[in-house]
Design a protein around this ligand. Sequence first.
Ligand code: SRM
Ligand code: SF4
Length: 569
Amino acid sequence: MTDSHGNTNNLSPAERLKLDSRFLRGSIAQGLAARHTGAISEDDGKLLKFHGSYQQDDRDVREERRQQKLEPDYSFMVRVRLPGGVLSPRQWLELDALSRYGNAGLRITTRQTFQYHGVRKEDMRDLVGGINAIGLSTLAACGDVVRTIVCSVNPQISSGHAEVYRWSVKLMEYLAPKTTAYRELWIDRLEQTSDGAHDAEPLLGATYLPRKFKIGFAIPPYNDVDVFTQDLGLIAVLDAQHRLLGFNVAAGGGMGATASDPATYARLADVIGFVPPEHLLETCWHLVAVQRDFGDRNERKHARLKYTLDDRGLAWFRDELQSRLPFAFEPPRPYRFEHNGDRFGWIEGDDGKWHLTLRIPSGRLRDVPSHARQSGMREIARMHQGDLRMTCNQNVIVANVAPQEKAAIEALVRRYGLNDHERASGVRLNAISCVALPTCGLAMAEAERYLPRVLEQFEQLLARHGLQDEPIHFRLSGCPNGCARPYGGEIALVGRAVGKYDLRLGADHVGQRLNSVYRENVDEQAILAALDEVLARFAAERQPGERFGDFVVRAAIVTPPANRPALTF
Ligand code: SRM
Ligand code: SF4
């Protein structure tokens, strides 16, 4: 077998593993069956990612178990592939019921899908099988592939959303892996998988992509998917009647960086052209193929499209893509974004249906003594006739509500305390955080568990400066990998060590300017002291209507990074 360039020699261990895996089979089936350990082998763990799951262990008890000479408390995170983030109420109820296989309810991610945490090895096939039984999948939710394609949930332009959403689903199917290993493992539940001799991956090849590849569709004026942070961003261009004319194509976004490694960095995508809908699939296929052929397969930290693009140049990239397309890539069309957060509360769509955006802190739906958000959403799904949409800011939209259904949904929202959107401050409503401890193996500091405390402190500071209503976008990540897209926060904390964070300031609120470090590797006290000073200046010196992120740049408190896509075209 050869890789996508026809080579078999000099492959890195990660590439060799993929090549030898018989299209992602490895010995996962045997590993799942082995009962002497809660884990699977390291190599199978890497292949399992392509099937949508990560092996993890509870880091809260890691040390205690080590001292007791017990193996780590292994479990699995399982991620659903949910292009565009739309579910029927029936699918919601089933995903909700399947949370019995995990220990942390349902977790909405920053890519508008669900994760389960704490799943035991012996339950993996029931969980993944259950997800497939309702027409969903976990294949390609993780791994070196095109991941879950995200799509703006824009409820106001219902007709435009419906069309763009259909494209996101179609594109996901078009670019998804074709291996039959997934079926053998999770649907047919074979104890011995085949040799994969009949498999082929026409796009991805036997070594798949050099690294993860992310695609997102935005529908201006909303940039709720943070389209410029995607490897491939597609900006819908609609006419005045909300008919789809095509997509501006943006390439080379990504958030991931490694602490103290300046060769890695967050980058916003560059807009490179426009395609009409009929050329979308082919354009995306070839764009992914360019990265497949030229992405760095030796150094995984340098393997995202953004590095291929910066190393070879934007002009080269565009020419290479054009050389593979049988039609001329058109110049970009005008676009303008106004916001990259969610619009909370009720909104009427252009078709007379209503949409209710609810804030779900850190996307976690789990009943605890202080609230019963998981039960509340279950009750809503039981009576709702429309659909449910996850947002990339970890919230839920109860979408397509008939006017006569509104009152009943409203009553459930209040009964189950799902009405944060009526009570919470602007900073709280717009805050997002990644999972981090105790499950994330890469976390350097707390995030989801720290968010409630840090928000309380921020709110006190804001109130002191009379800024309590300021809807500042705050993002919190437990390490520089950036899963909460922290480099796009007007204020952001990026974990560096337990209790220590980089304080970053100065992104805009439309997703077109990244922030910069203001204080490096500091504790809570230093963060609050620094923010106290900056907020005092903001309150005193801001211009009418000026946003916090724009102010800190204008006042030269931070210098924004150079890379920045055009604000409009
Ligand atoms: Fe992420 C790795 C969680 C969105 C960049 N991410 C991880 C892992 C799987 C840790 C690991 O590799 O062991 C985390 C699992 C934690 C856990 O316990 O659940 C994890 N990422 C998440 C989620 C669940 C964060 C959340 O709280 O919602 C998001 C799941 C999205 C999804 O449904 O697919 C999530 N991750 C993101 C995003 C945001 C986005 O895509 O819009 C980013 C930044 C964008 C980007 O990719 O550049 C992101 N995750 C990373 C990276 C850095 C990649 C890089 O290029 O350097 C890693 C580490 C890696 O891949 O090596 C990572
Ligand atoms: Fe884990 Fe870091 Fe991602 Fe947070 S940003 S989920 S800590 S990898």
